[in-house]
Design a protein around this ligand. Sequence first.
Ligand SMILES: C[S@@+](CC[C@H](N)C(=O)[O-])C[C@H]1O[C@@H](n2cnc3c(N)ncnc32)[C@H](O)[C@@H]1O
Length: 217
Amino acid sequence: MDDDALLAEQMAYYRAGAAEYDRPYTEYEDLRRLLAVVDDLPIAGDVLELACGTGQWTALLAARARSVTAVDAAAEVLALARARTASPAVQFLEADLFEWQPPRRYDTVFFAFWLSHVPPRRLPGFWDTVATALAPGGKAIFIDDGPAVAAEEEVLTNEPAPAALRRLDDGSQYRIVKVFHDVRTLTDDLTALGWSARIKPLAGNFIGIAEPPTTPG
Ligand SMILES: C[S@@+](CC[C@H](N)C(=O)[O-])C[C@H]1O[C@@H](n2cnc3c(N)ncnc32)[C@H](O)[C@@H]1O
């Protein structure tokens, strides 16, 4: 089964719901605390942020980076991210990450709450793209929801990829891809692809730091 329709619906959800996106960041103390972990992570040099959303992480990354290139497919969330982020070191790009190829290499590739939106069959290709985007010695750093968070979602079955149903304030409903990665399995999967990964659970989330198999010359 093809997951294109699911991915299109996922993008439509974020475009239509841009104005509602920041609500959990105001409502949940845990999420605000999670943002502070940036200061303990090896963010360095030129940073590529994938699926930056409304820029909750972008300014925090910029404070530790030489530059940040922040990519998202939804113009509506990018407008909010631009308004939130004053740093001249940040460049925002509108692109579909299932098609976009990084034009250069970065010291850090960061993605928060994006990995769970990548369908499993696309993961090897996704990790290849991340590896290609990394400069020698570079690191991928990622944060996402662990399996415990599944209890808070309306999980769907019989979809072309693990999926959940999200609702917006106007009652509209959208299917999104949602893979609740287990730390052990994700570590094993990355190891099998040749990555060297340390992934730690943190409350219901996990934080990963990974180095690619070989940095293409
Ligand atoms: C869960 S949000 C994460 C946003 C941000 N990283 C954060 O942690 O607050 C997922 C983001 O992925 C973006 N997105 C969805 N499909 C995409 C695609 N195909 N290419 C690029 N971004 C996409 C959405 O617009 C949304 O901003």
